[in-house]
Design a protein around this ligand. Structure first.
Ligand code: PMP
Ligand code: GLN
Length: 388
């Protein structure tokens, strides 16, 4: 393994899902729903396979039906207008979009300011691109009177140097569940314009926002459309994480850059599924509302159960993860806790420390996924209560 990748071992998701399989524990570690997305979308995939659409290499930028559907979605939901031919790119999940964006936009030595804790592929992709990551840590605080991880805008400002090439954002944020507010995003946008930075924004949980929280794409702020690469995914929005269909929207110059890298990563992927996702994006908004409400109820169930089991709970404003603090249980090392949890309670979770450069900052935090059927969550909560 080369020096750029040596610090990254097996991803925590593979490790923890393997642990769940080995021990038979309930897997609230890796974030994937245990119920597949809509029947009509699965049928659309079957039709595409049967009718021979996408069984051979689809067009490099993605099939026109899906690019058009992505553009229509951005316009309908956010008032953002993108040309499907020059400003939309289909990728092999958001994961490839992140990799392609960083490989395309970074020069060796460029600094990338990213919100810590960060989704694990960010650090690895910055490293593969020869960039340097500069973490800005989200710290425990409060939002709307509830415990929440917050961004310190002064710290963000201070993290930007003459070598900073881009800001890598993620909202709604994995693993903390923080949703950046309109005001926070306005300040980030102002900073990006003032310092002439690019922004790569991972918005895969855009439709999973709860209560009064609102997802606002940073591309909607003044001066941002031209400097922002926005990333979405059907995995999270429609509960098809195995299909690996993601997308990028960006102004032509940026989109062309990302496409240049993408074409040498996978070239193309997921042919028939692209047609199906085009149909998913055209579903009435009622589908997304129902999906969000279902996830919100599950959030509440798991958050309340974890609190009853004695965890400190950060009830998330978005995503499908609850971050907890294990110190009220008399524990302090999330890694050790997660490694012993299957045996102690028959549940798998993820130690947030893996998402930090400052490991000690993340040590007492543990993430549980709630994108699971209600009886599964109830069983998990019952088991976790035995810890106290
Ligand atoms: N970004 C974030 C924040 C994620 O949590 C994930 C994984 N669910 C991804 C990107 C990867 O998405 P995909 O499965 O579409 O590659
Ligand atoms: N995004 C999912 C999570 O955070 C997992 C994705 C993966 O396994 N790489 O749990």
């Amino acid at each position: 393994l080369n020096r750029r990748l040596a610090e990254f071992g097996t991803t925590i998701f593979a490790e923890m899902s393997a642990l769940a399989v080995r021990t038979g524990a309930i897997n609230l570690g890796q974030g994937f729903p245990d119920t597949d997305g809509p029947e009509e979308v699965r049928e659309a995939a079957v039709r595409a396979l049967r009718d021979g659409r996408g069984n051979q290499y689809p067009p490099g930028p993605g099939v026109p039906e899906l690019r058009t559907a992505v553009a229509a979605h951005q316009l309908r939901r956010y008032g953002l207008s993108f040309d499907p031919d020059t400003e939309v790119l289909v990728t092999a999940g958001a994961t490839e979009a992140i990799a392609a964006a960083l490989l395309a936009l970074l020069e060796p030595g460029d600094e990338v300011v990213a919100l810590e804790p960060y989704y694990d592929s960010y650090a690895a992709c910055i490293a593969m691109a020869g960039g340097t990551r500069v973490p800005v840590t989200l710290r425990p605080g409060a939002a709307d009177g509830e415990p929440a991880f917050r961004l310190d805008l002064d710290e963000l400002r201070d993290a930007v140097t003459d070598r900073t090439r881009l800001l890598l954002l993620n909202t709604p944020h994995n693993p903390t569940g923080t949703v950046l507010t309109r005001d926070e995003l306005a300040a980030v946008a102002e900073l990006a314009v003032e310092r002439d930075l690019l922004v790569v924004t991972d918005e895969v949980y855009e439709h999973l926002v709860f209560g009064t929280a609102e997802h606002v794409p940073i591309a909607t702020f003044p001066g941002m459309r031209e400097r922002t690469v926005t990333i979405g995914s059907a995995g999270k929005t429609y509960a098809f994480t195995g299909w690996k269909v993601g997308w990028v929207t960006a102004a032509p110059a940026l989109l062309t850059a990302v496409r240049s890298a993408k074409q040498y990563l996978t070239y193309v992927a997921s042919g028939p599924f692209q047609y199906a996702v085009a149909e998913a994006l055209a579903l009435p908004d009622a589908y997304l509302t129902a999906y969000r409400q279902d996830m919100e109820a599950k959030r509440d169930l798991l958050a309340a159960g974890l609190a009853e089991a004695g965890f400190g709970v950060y009830r998330p404003a978005g995503t499908y993860f609850v971050t907890t603090d294990i110190r009220p249980l008399g524990e302090s090392d999330g890694f050790a806790f997660c490694r012993s949890l299957p045996e102690r309670a028959g549940v798998v979770a993820v130690p947030n420390a893996v998402f930090y450069d400052h490991r000690e900052e993340g040590a007492p935090f543990v993430r549980f996924a709630f994108c699971k059927r209600v009886p599964v969550l109830e069983e998990a909560v019952g088991r976790l209560k035995s810890l106290a």
